[in-house]
Design a protein around this ligand. Structure first.
Ligand SMILES: [Zn+2]
Length: 90
């Protein structure tokens, strides 16, 4: 093990089997924390917890809910926005 970077637990340890059959330790970044609503800060549902370069391999519908404010606001906050728009007549 190298001294500084790989000793830290900010990188997670992954056991990978090499083609020669030897199991070696690889170091991988941890997944980011869950996405939160911009208004009420509750955890968003239906959002993939992956680093951006891994998200590019995931379909768009798996990245965020397919609705207005999907991936930004939670469902109850979106509902409040819509009700407010209807009531104000916009
Ligand atoms: Zn919310």
């Amino acid at each position: 093990m190298r001294p500084s970077k790989q000793k830290s637990r900010s990188l997670r340890r992954v056991f990978r089997k090499t083609p020669g059959g030897v199991t070696k330790v690889a170091y991988a970044h941890r997944n980011p924390s869950k996405a939160h609503c911009a208004q009420c800060h509750s955890e968003l549902v239906g959002m993939k917890r992956l680093r951006p370069f891994r998200l590019s391999n995931v379909s768009k519908s798996q990245r965020r809910p397919n609705r207005p404010f999907g991936g930004v606001l939670c469902s109850s906050c979106v509902r409040k926005v819509f009700v407010g728009r209807v009531r104000s007549g916009v």
